[in-house]
Design a protein around this ligand. Structure first.
Ligand SMILES: Cc1cc2nc3c(=O)[nH]c(=O)nc-3n(C[C@H](O)[C@H](O)[C@H](O)COP(=O)(O)O)c2cc1C
Ligand code: SF4
Ligand code: SF4
Length: 356
């Protein structure tokens, strides 16, 4: 007897890793003659999600951002209608390669938080699997080389296929619970959710290579890029999924390391000192560390908005544009390529020789 009548896969993906994992699961369902559906949640109206067929297995796939699922997936799960289906949680995270060893990424609270929300909605967890796909976060580290990307792609395709065969035939799979120590990353995950993601949203800009084609604006899954002064402008909606960087045909989108470092230095060395002096002088000294943290974070983000807008305006001057571009690591060849996942059905001979 079949374990499930149908499999429904909900995924979010910036650069294609999670889309690949979702389609590998669907492929296995197809080979097992199971009805299956694949939904990109960026294309679903998250305010009116259709309740799923009660007999189907639900699979959620998303990258990990800042030791948690990104807000788009978290909010989707929060708004998901109640039900009694069995669910499978999968994430893709930052895999790297040392020799033949795939170093695992860090899931943080992604599984713990979403499993708890789904449990409260009546669902029961059937399996969890983190998948160490090539890291796409080239804002903070150089891009991986082609051989590493191919190797990780192929190894994970095999792993996800075996996993999908198990869970679609009704088995449980909870080995990832061994990584329960990841929960210790909760404070950083919360910091990323409330502050970090807004900081990274304001790290992108378009250089003078931009020809205003609008491809990035349309490619963004959360419509976070708008045009200001006829040039792309990143709003706080940005989830730093990295899709726009890989979509720009002119390679005009950069991470502005220079202006972000300059802002952080000016803020922590000058603005904060001035703020406390003024506050202590005219109001009262702030003693409580929590109140301090909230105030400092709010001030940091408010002034970042202003700073980003000023830089955006100043970039019309060639000298400013050049300084910003030349202090962005992503502008340099040695930093590596923009990341875009391989097509889900790409096959490679994975052995040491193909790595050379
Ligand atoms: C903003 C951002 C934050 C990330 N945070 C984490 C993280 O906390 N842990 C991790 O293992 N990988 C992290 N990564 C790596 C991605 O989760 C990983 O490359 C994922 O496979 C990308 O999936 P996608 O191509 O479907 O967007 C992060 C990537 C980005 C862009
Ligand atoms: S895709 Fe590139 S060239 Fe086109 S508008 Fe965006 S940044 Fe400019
Ligand atoms: S602006 Fe770029 S990085 Fe941000 S969510 Fe949109 S596509 Fe992703």
């Amino acid at each position: 007897m079949e374990a499930y009548r149908k499999v429904i896969v909900y995924y979010f993906s910036g650069t294609g890793n999670s889309r690949n994992v979702a389609s590998w699961v669907k492929q296995v369902a197809h080979e097992m003659d199971l009805e299956s559906q694949l939904f990109n949640i960026a294309q679903i109206d998250r305010h009116s999600i259709e309740p799923p067929d009660p007999e189907s297995l639900l699979v959620f796939v998303s990258p990990v951002h800042g030791f948690n699922y990104p807000p788009i997936m978290l909010h989707f799960i929060m708004r998901f209608p109640n039900g009694k289906n069995k669910v499978v949680l999968m994430n893709t995270r930052a895999g790297m390669l040392i020799g033949k060893f795939i170093t695992p990424g860090l899931t943080g609270i992604a599984f713990f938080l979403s499993a708890s929300i789904l449990f409260l909605k009546g669902f029961s967890l059937k399996a969890i699997l983190p998948v160490d796909m090539p890291s796409n976060w080239i804002s903070i580290h150089p891009g991986l080389n082609d051989c590493t990307v191919k190797y990780l792609h192929e190894k994970n395709k095999q792993r996800v296929t075996v996993f999908a065969q198990k869970i679609l035939s009704g088995k449980y799979y909870f080995r990832a619970l061994l990584e329960i120590y990841d929960i210790l990353l909760a404070p950083i995950a919360l910091g990323y959710y409330f502050i970090g993601r807004f900081f990274f949203a304001k790290s992108f800009y378009a250089s003078r290579n931009c020809n205003n084609c609008g491809i990035c604006v349309n490619a963004c899954p959360v419509k976070a890029i708008i045009k200001v002064d006829e040039r792309p402008f990143w709003t706080f909606n940005c989830e730093s999924c990295m899709k726009c960087m890989g979509s720009c045909p002119e390679k005009a989108i950069e991470t502005g390391h220079g202006f972000i470092i300059a802002y952080s230095l000016v803020f922590s060395l000058i603005i904060l000192a001035a703020f406390y002096k003024y506050f202590g002088l005219y109001f009262f000294p702030i003693e409580n560390e929590w109140v301090k943290m909230v105030l400092e974070s709010a001030l940091f983000l408010i002034l970042l908005t202003l700073w980003y807008r000023i830089i955006h305006w100043l970039m019309r001057f060639k000298i400013v544009e050049r300084i910003i571009v030349l202090t962005s690591f992503t502008n340099y060849k040695w930093w590596g390529k923009r990341y875009r996942a391989l097509k889900p059905d790409s096959d490679f001979e994975v052995n040491r020789r193909s790595m050379k």
